[in-house]
Design a binder for this molecule. Structure first.
Ligand code: ZN
Length: 240
């Protein structure tokens, strides 16, 4: 699940990268004629498109998050055979999942999101991530720091059916968010990377993260249950 609170620092970073990517090339484009510029731009656009396609064709587990539209996000993930947990292949999936989650600054990620149709989720909320969220919001949403947790074949049980509605986002729909109703408390059980049973009972924000990630394993996305009138581009006010 994406950390939905956009900080001014990350926004500044994004805007700067936009500025650099356009201004850095400006002398090349504008020192030649308009037609030449158009040809150059088309060539560059096609080249980048082919490069990105090549990247997207890498073998799973990917080092990127697959976007909505990829059929794997709508399929039912398969349970991991207990005997396969310690294999090199499964351990590689776990490592890649954690790596990509951290690279994206996300608080949770599911195996289908890196192209692997297995029932695996990872969640983590670091102090550094929490510090990006204003204290007041942290309290209202009951966000809390917790270390990396891996759940293989997770089973979720609702422990508190009260519904809480807050905005959330997803790395497979980057840059968007919407209000999503979630149960207040859940208990998750599963296996860790050694194949040992693990359980975690939580309320508040971590319960939301778990529900979001476990839904990915059933092919569900937050957009299926969101309040669609609250669906927004997080940067709508910066695109004028
Ligand atoms: Zn997601």
């Amino acid at each position: 699940m994406a950390l939905t609170i956009r900080t001014s620092a990350s926004l500044r970073k994004m805007n700067l990268s936009r500025v650099f990517s356009t201004t850095a090339r400006a002398p090349t484009f504008w020192s030649i004629t308009k037609n030449q510029a158009s040809v150059t731009f088309t060539w560059l656009f096609n080249k980048l498109g082919r490069l990105s396609l090549r990247r997207r064709q890498s073998k799973p587990p990917h080092d990127y998050v697959v976007p909505v539209g990829d059929p794997i996000l709508r399929g039912q993930a398969l349970a991991v055979d207990h005997r396969n947990i310690k294999t090199k292949e499964t351990q590689e999936v776990l490592d890649q999942l954690v790596k990509v989650m951290r690279k994206k600054g996300a608080v949770g990620l599911s195996a289908p999101q890196i192209g692997v149709g297995l029932q695996i989720i990872v969640v983590e909320n670091t102090k550094k991530q929490l510090e990006l969220v204003p204290e007041e919001l942290r309290q209202i949403r009951e966000m809390q720091e917790f270390p990396l947790k891996i759940f293989i074949n997770p089973k979720l049980k609702v422990t508190d059916y009260s519904t809480v509605v807050f905005p959330e986002g997803c790395e497979s729909l980057p840059g968007y968010q919407a209000n999503v109703p979630r149960y207040y408390g859940v208990n998750v059980t599963g296996l860790d990377r050694e194949g040992m049973p693990v359980a975690w009972q939580v309320t508040g924000w971590p319960a939301r993260i778990l529900q979001h990630e476990v839904e990915h394993l059933r092919g569900d996305l937050y957009i299926d249950i969101m309040d669609s009138r609250t669906f927004i581009d997080c940067f709508w006010d910066r695109k004028k």
